[in-house]
Design a protein around this ligand. Structure first.
Ligand SMILES: [Fe+2]
Length: 285
């Protein structure tokens, strides 16, 4: 079974779990955002407590993507700080991992992920697929790939972090300036042929099932019509598309944007009790 439709959850309401010795990162805390029971792929916020370390030389048996939310994490001799991104392929040698001062890192594992000590089998690691480190805060903003988005969004910018040459899957940062609700009263709905996954780093998104605040997360399966969306505060988010390149079919007609939507998210049964759970809005996730 593929991952369930989650649209959306404030990650602040999700529980932290301390990972045990049987996990890939013993002693770290994890907050699972979405999970594929078949492939074991997972999107998760990792919290590495100060002094955390995995001192043995090891590798992981699936790809890992990471984006640092706060603090600093070392993988071997590479330090990842806030805003840094990496795509570390399966089998990549990792002399160690540690976080002397602690770190929070949004992490995407593309399958079952076991920390295996020693060297990976020959052929597992493909260095051509490595993105060792992107300091995204030093990148300049480019144009969104979709011309409709570029035209309608206020001050839209995109930083492309990764595009898989084989699958067309992408990871990117996107920002919009605030909309003027008096001018922007209507919008088109949109549909993508692939999964759209978003973690809202800052700002706000209004859409029919509610208003996403910083720390909001969604995993929207392919071919689900959504929107129209708007943002009163602007937005800054980490986006991924899974299953291929993200293209958009826009509706012909426009419908009114709901700038104060009722909170009515789409959630799998196990998350429904958390849908309206109160949370500390001072917490980022
Ligand atoms: Fe979309």
């Amino acid at each position: 079974m593929a991952r369930p439709h989650i649209e959306f959850i404030q990650t602040q309401v999700l529980p932290w779990k301390t990972l045990g010795e049987d996990s890939s990162r013993p002693g770290a805390l994890a907050k699972a955002l979405s999970y594929d029971a078949d492939s074991k792929a997972v999107s998760v916020i990792m919290k590495y407590p100060p002094g955390w370390s995995l001192p043995e030389s090891h590798y992981l048996n699936s790809d890992e993507e990471l984006y640092v939310l706060n603090g600093a994490l070392w993988v071997g001799s590479v330090e990842y700080c806030k805003g840094d991104y990496a795509h570390l392929p399966a089998g990549m040698p990792r002399p160690s991992m540690n976080s002397p001062k602690g770190a929070s890192v949004i992490t995407f594992h593309e399958g079952e992920h076991r920390t295996i000590l020693g060297d990976a089998p020959v052929g597992l690691y493909d260095p051509a697929r490595l993105i060792a480190k992107i300091e995204s805060e030093k990148m300049s903003w480019g144009q969104p790939s979709d011309p409709v988005v570029a035209a309608i969004a206020n001050n839209a910018g995109r930083k492309l972090l990764r595009e898989d040459p084989k699958t067309g899957e992408r990871t990117w940062l996107l920002q919009f300036g605030p909309d003027n609700p008096k001018k922007m009263t209507h919008g088109r709905t949109e549909t993508h042929p692939v999964v759209e996954e978003v973690f809202l780093l800052d700002g706000e998104i209004s859409m029919p099932m509610g208003t996403l605040k910083p720390g909001a997360y969604f995993w929207r399966p392919a071919n689900i019509e959504h929107g129209p969306v708007g943002t009163l505060k602007g937005l800054f988010g980490l986006f991924r598309c899974k299953g291929g390149p993200l293209t958009t079919v826009w509706s012909e007609s426009e419908t009114p944007i709901d700038w104060a939507p009722a909170h009515n998210p789409i959630l799998p049964p196990q998350l429904q009790p958390l849908a309206t759970a109160p949370y500390d809005t001072a917490l980022p996730y």
